[in-house]
Write a protein that binds this ligand. Structure first.
Ligand code: PLP
Length: 425
């Protein structure tokens, strides 16, 4: 009888999996060398001429993005956090406006709202795709609601049809946070092309990377211009550029360097191949793991192309008889990278619990700037809290260059631990 590794037995797997890190090809190297040799590491200047829009690699990358996504405007930035900030500014968030956002996401989805002095209102997720539950979004709407930040979590796609209906009914803007889902599709259409703006990340840990970076897609010429102005010290060019509405044009330096764009161009060519590879591994894993009653694997509708930034597994803790943490430790000991919970519900963080963002007087969560009564109490989003505390597990193994044989090791580890459960009780 095999002994669990957590009790001193042999591990199912001793070889490490590939779990992340940039895979750099020839094109990235060639382009970076070209940039270095040119002596122009950034092509931006904050002045009303061609340099306002950046250098050669940046412009080329933006053109590649427009073509790939079939969108009229793509604006690069130096992170998705910056992208969310400028997208929300361009969509017209004013101090004290409420913006609805998921609590189960990287913090910037919500803090970008606070950067615009808005008030995040957290709607719960559903437990099928870990994205917005549209009915919960609907319940969050008040006369102060200005927009919605939709997060396409873990590489999947939120229920965009329902969300766009709600947005239209209440005249709300929609910003899509696609940091984890470049290339994912909802009903045949790329995520990031449904709302007023779609924001993507190129940070070290994302599907494709240039170290730090991001971009924003939009169909709206005015939003594109306002994003460009916020990206690059807009206040000093608005007069020459005849921009009449100067609200929310306080400018930042969110400019992408030529080096980052050079790497991003090379990386982007892998996106579809890597996503297909991820999807194939994930589908294989789902098929193998579905024989275990106590696991719930992604059940992705046929009209969604998931990009599996990470692979989510729900543990039916009720019928298992051991806690998720005990279970995780046992799987981990077998040599399988698996983590529990993802991030704490964002409203649990001190910024929201104590309502301290700017200064000490509760700005922007309190009067006079904000007249509403936003709720950040524990228990606010029960599904999110349950996923975080009890049920959700994530593994990063479904990615290039891991193979189906690697997935078999994952399955063997689950098999071994699940057939020795009594020893964990
Ligand atoms: C990574 C991430 C971000 C932030 O991306 P940066 O490029 O690091 O600023 C925002 N939202 C989500 C959902 C993310 O996963």
């Amino acid at each position: 009888m095999k002994v669990l590794a957590v009790h001193g037995g042999d591990k199912v797997r001793t070889k490490p999996f590939f779990t992340g890190g940039a895979i750099i090809g020839e094109e990235e190297r060639r382009r970076v060398k070209e940039v270095l040799d040119s002596g122009i590491l950034s092509g931006f200047l904050a002045q009303a001429d061609a340099k306002f829009l950046g250098g050669k690699q940046v412009l080329e990358f933006e053109k590649i993005l427009r073509n790939y996504f079939s969108m009229p405007y793509a604006v690069t930035v130096n992170s998705a956090t910056a992208g969310l900030h400028v997208a929300l500014g361009a969509c017209g968030v004013s101090p004290g406006d409420e913006v609805i956002v998921s609590p189960y996401t990287m913090c910037a989805s919500a803090t970008a709202i606070v950067m615009m002095n808005g008030v995040p209102v957290f709607a719960d997720i559903n437990e099928h795709n870990f994205c917005f539950d549209p009915e919960s979004v609907r319940r969050c709407i008040t006369p102060r609601t200005k927009g919605i930040v939709v997060v396409h979590l873990f590489g999947g796609a939120a229920d965009m049809d329902a969300i766009m209906v709600i947005a239209k009914e209440h005249n709300l803007f929609v910003v899509e946070d696609c940091a984890q889902a470049p290339g994912a599709k909802y009903k045949g259409r790329h995520v990031g092309t449904f709302g007023d703006a779609g924001v993507f990340s190129l940070n070290q840990n994302k599907t494709i990377t240039c170290g730090e970076g991001g971009f924003v897609l939009t169909r709206d010429a005015k939003i594109a211009l306002r994003i460009q102005l916020m990206r690059n010290h807009g206040e000093v060019v608005v007069q020459q550029m005849n921009v009449e509405d100067i609200s929310n044009i306080v400018g930042f330096n969110y400019r992408m360097t030529e080096l980052e764009a050079a790497v991003a161009i090379g990386q982007f060519k892998n996106l579809d191949t890597w996503n297909t590879h991820r999807r194939n591994l994930a589908n294989y894993l789902t098929k193998q793991l579905s024989k275990f009653d106590s696991l719930e694997c992604p059940n992705v509708p046929l009209d969604i192309e998931h990009s599996y930034f990470v692979y989510p597994i729900k543990l039916k803790v009720g019928q298992l008889g051991v806690s998720r943490d005990t279970f995780l430790k046992a799987i981990h000991a077998e040599g399988i990278p698996l983590s529990g919970g993802y991030v704490r519900p964002i409203y649990w963080e001190p910024m929201f619990q104590k309502k301290i963002a700017y200064g000490r007087q509760g700005y922007p969560f309190t009067p006079p700037v904000y007249a509403g009564s936003v709720d950040y109490s524990r228990g606010l989003c029960p599904v999110c809290e349950r996923m975080y505390e009890q049920e959700l597990m994530l593994t990063p193994v479904c990615r290039y260059p891991n193979t189906k044989e690697d997935m078999d090791d994952v399955v063997h580890a689950f098999d071994k631990v699940l057939s020795h459960l009594d020893e964990l009780k």
